[in-house]
Design a protein around this ligand. Structure first.
Ligand code: TXA
Ligand code: MG
Length: 327
């Protein structure tokens, strides 16, 4: 199979929608990260998604629809808190865990009676889902050993020859995955931090709980390079420099991930700057981890951030990729 990268013109989106209807796999942009789509009502098509991603069969898939009314077609018993979140944050980087409707097969939910649902905030994604006339599964379009793709080229790196089309929508706006909330519990539970911060969620539905295991539901990806990350405090740059110098004296090649404004603290050391804000950091983190592997660095030392807004979702990703190696 040849994987074609397509511009998101109406004609191409139409072609991709036809492939989805026929049980094919198509990758496309969303505002969080690129998705690997298949018809969520077609168990056979969904099975192929697990195959090409190399994904364990017990890890269920998120389902996307293009409009709010369609959530009632894939889920049932929708609680009031979910209605409020749907009104406020959809389309957007929020996924809700709900009771599944009968049209959603076991392959999507890994046999559980829940379904995770979202509406992507991306014009191409919405058109594609709308034209396909079906709910579409939207796992990240990476293989299980890689971080979520934020460019069409990342999708090609991982899935070339395994899927039919990639719609190229440029860089993903947010860069990390959606926030997953289980509204069936009281209070609701945040299962995975992501593009919508828990502060924003609490502002509309009140206190939420957090699943105690902080790495729940983030990707299984561990980069080839060792990743360390520093807690955020006044002496952070000195701490990072000391570790950098120790590792390089042992012959390791090291790169530091830092905010633009902090670059001056690291002198001539190897740096990847992540941008000015935490949102920029989130936008660039996965692409830079892929770059560190491509550039053959042995170790990445990432700056920590404050646990506020998207910062807490970033910390969650850093804990996961570093295996909790905090310096
Ligand atoms: O932003 C996102 O959500 C992206 C874009 C492409 O939609 N997708 C994404 O999918 O991150 P994925 O498959 O990489 O991660 C989905 C996570 C998995 O860890 C899975 O365990 C959890 O969502 N999940 C999906 N359905 C679930 C369910 N029924 N019950 C519990 N967890 C579920
Ligand atoms: Mg993923």
């Amino acid at each position: 199979m040849i994987t074609e990268k397509l511009k998101p013109t109406n004609v191409n989106i139409m072609r991709c929608a036809s492939r989805l209807k026929a049980g094919g796999l198509v990758a496309f942009p969303t505002e969080t990260v690129y998705a690997l789509g298949a018809d969520a009502t077609n168990g056979k098509a969904v099975k192929k998604v697990y195959e090409v991603k190399g994904r364990p069969l017990d890890k269920p898939l998120i389902v996307a629809v293009s409009k709010k009314q369609d959530i009632d077609k894939v889920a049932k018993n929708i609680p009031q808190a979910a209605r409020v979140l749907i009104d406020k944050f959809m389309p957007g980087a929020l996924t809700l865990l709900l009771d599944r409707a009968d049209c959603i097969p076991d392959e999507v939910t890994a046999g559980t009676n829940t379904v995770a649902v979202r509406i992507p905030d991306n014009e191409t994604a919405l058109k594609l889902i709308e034209l396909s006339g079906r709910p579409i599964v939207v796992p990240s379009a990476n293989t299980s050993d890689k971080p979520s793709p934020t460019l069409a080229s990342h999708v090609i790196d991982d899935l070339d020859g395994k899927i039919e089309f990639v719609l190229d929508g440029g860089a993903s706006k947010i860069g990390i995955e959606s926030t997953i909330v289980d509204t069936r519990t009281d209070p609701p539970t945040v299962l995975r931090g992501g593009g919508v911060s828990s502060d924003e969620i609490e502002a509309v539905i009140g206190k939420v709980e957090f699943k105690r295991e902080p790495t729940y539901a983030t990707s299984g990806y561990v980069p080839r390079a060792e990743v360390l990350f520093s807690a955020m405090y006044d002496g952070m740059a000195d701490n990072i420099n000391a570790r950098y110098d120790k590792l390089t004296s042992q012959g390791r090649s090291v790169v530091i991930l830092c905010l633009d404004d902090n670059a001056e603290h690291y002198g001539q050391r190897n740096l990847y700057t992540v941008g000015k804000t935490y949102s920029d950091y989130a936008h660039n983190i996965f692409a830079l981890l892929r770059k560190a592997d491509a550039d053959n660095f042995d170790t990445v030392i990432a700056e920590g951030v404050e646990s506020k807004g998207i910062g807490s979702s970033l910390i969650n990703r850093l804990i996961k990729v570093s295996g909790g190696q905090i310096i």
